[in-house]
Design a protein around this ligand. Structure first.
Ligand SMILES: [Zn+2]
Length: 503
């Protein structure tokens, strides 16, 4: 008995607005083209892409010949096997072999997915079509895992989602269009871009596919660095993409220009199409445990910031390869703990920068709680302070003149503290909880290190501001400048040593 030939329609004009399912639609349109297709044919192709031999052998009982035969075992290709838990099935039979009764399959188990569409038509939770529906399963949509946690992505509320055949199949195809990065048993990240279907299609074909890492069990996402946390790995991915805008050994000139336009790079005239990135993190295991889902929508502003960073590195002649230097600067915020690297500071700094918040408190934390406590503490990688200063001026609107004064004084303070072996003074500065404590520490420094405090720093304004900036940010920046100068003076030979990497 053959089921009725359900058809699905694939078209660029019929996006669902759901980033996962639209990614799958792109995968299907790329394979089949626009038009109407039989559900069975699409499902068959998807299975052929998602089920692969494992290299292991199994045995089944051939009822016709009465022989025990070998077959090649198959399974869902990694990492979709973290999400698709449907196992292969075949009838079993009891067979006596060498006096012992055992259960054998009567043919190699088949891996099948069934849409189980309802007879009655109803409204699809994703695209709104009124057609036969199926209950959404993890294999069609990874966000089925925890409806309460990811409520925003459920139009259907708590009753569970119901999809039409097109959305269900596109959902399954989403597993072929994602970028992912795994870190052993600790973390699994995946990324999906979203905008208009045609733009998404072009982004996939011209940019993402050529840049994908192939044949690695660690993932297909190109990343400048990565770790167990979501923001650091997302920034690692974005920096890896940004690297290809100005020049690329992997992208055609046309694709490079397209990427530049999407990111709103300077020199491109067309207003950029809004483009968003969704990043999901969880732990792999028996069942994927989803921990975070983030949407990043300020990619164009972030790209322009990156352009400024590379310009500054070049202008200040810090590195002949400005992109590599920017990567090195962000990558450094990690510390060895036992046999692994802790990268929490890098994650917080990445988060702050991608959200256009203040990364300075995390740089301060890293410098005082991790770097300064190492056996041979090193200062920050050259260029870090230059980027931080630019960021604080342009994003946090700090007065440039005041900042130069603060940078200069921080350097003097740190150098003098090193000469007088007064590291404790810098910790007191870092720990100041209010403006009174802050001034008490400065007073102390003035006396013990024989320094003169710049006058601009002594004027506290309304709202506990100094130089137009909240006092605590001034305290934080001064602590960073001073501790960095202290460490540089203490270990001048190690100044250019690069941070060792776990990757
Ligand atoms: Zn639908």
């Amino acid at each position: 008995m053959t089921p009725p030939p359900f058809l699905i329609q694939l078209s660029y004009n019929r996006s669902t607005g759901n980033f996962w399912v639209d990614t799958g639609l792109i995968v299907l349109i790329e394979q089949f083209g626009e038009g109407c297709y039989q559900v069975e044919d699409v499902l068959k192709w998807l299975l052929s892409q998602l089920v692969r031999p494992t290299g292991k052998k199994g045995k089944y009982y051939d009822e016709v010949t009465g022989d025990i035969r070998e077959y090649d075992k198959v399974n869902w290709v990694y990492p979709t096997n973290l999400f698709i838990k449907v196992s292969g099935s075949a009838p079993k039979i009891k067979v006596e072999v060498e006096g012992k009764e055992e259960n054998y399959f009567t043919n190699p188990p088949e891996f099948k997915l069934d849409l189980k569409l309802s007879r009655k038509s109803n409204v699809c939770d994703l695209c709104g079509d009124t057609v036969p529906l199926t209950d959404a399963k993890m294999w069609m949509y990874p966000f089925v895992v925890d409806p309460n946690k990811f409520g925003n992505f459920y139009s259907g509320g708590k009753r569970g989602l119901r999809f039409c055949a097109r959305c269900a199949l596109a959902g399954l195809a989403g597993y072929l269009g994602w970028l992912w990065k795994a870190q052993g048993r600790d973390a699994f990240h995946f990324f999906v871009f979203h905008s208009d279907l045609r733009e998404l299609d072009r982004l996939h074909k011209e940019v993402l596919q050529p840049l994908q890492v192939r044949g690695s069990r660690g993932g297909n996402a190109p990343v400048a660095f990565f770790g167990p946390y979501i923001h650091e790995t997302t920034l690692g991915l974005l920096l890896a993409l940004f690297a290809h805008v100005r020049q690329s050994d992997l992208l055609s000139n046309e694709a490079r220009q397209y990427l530049a336009t999407l990111l709103g790079a300077s020199g491109t005239d067309r207003p950029p199409v809004p483009i968003r990135l969704y990043a999901v993190t969880g732990t792999p295991g028996q069942a994927f445990n989803m921990q975070a889902l983030r949407e990043f929508s300020k990619l164009q502003s972030l790209y322009r910031l990156y352009e400024r960073w590379t310009d500054i590195i070049a202008q200040h002649q810090i590195d002949p390869n400005p992109h590599q230097r920017v990567v090195m600067i962000f990558r450094q915020f990690e510390a060895r703990q036992g046999d692994r690297y802790e990268t929490l500071w890098r994650d917080k700094i990445s988060w702050a920068v991608m959200e256009f918040g203040d990364p300075a408190p995390f740089v301060e934390q890293f410098l005082f709680d991790a770097r300064a406590r190492e056996d041979n503490p090193r200062p920050l990688v050259r260029g870090t302070i230059d980027l931080l200063n630019q960021y604080v001026q342009e994003v946090l609107n700090m007065d440039a003149q005041f900042q130069r004064t603060l940078t200069g004084f921080g350097h003097t303070l740190g150098t003098a503290a090193q000469e007088h072996k007064e590291m404790g003074l810098l910790y007191s500065l870092r720990n100041a909880k209010n403006p009174e404590e802050f001034y008490r520490v400065l007073n102390d420094a003035q006396f013990r290190l024989e320094l003169t405090i710049p006058e601009a720093l002594l004027k506290i304004e309304r709202g506990e501001r100094i130089g137009g900036t909240p006092w605590v940010r001034i305290k934080t920046l001064l602590s960073i400048y001073a501790m960095n100068a202290f460490l540089r003076k203490g270990a001048p030979q190690a100044e250019e040593s690069q941070s060792s990497e776990e990757e």
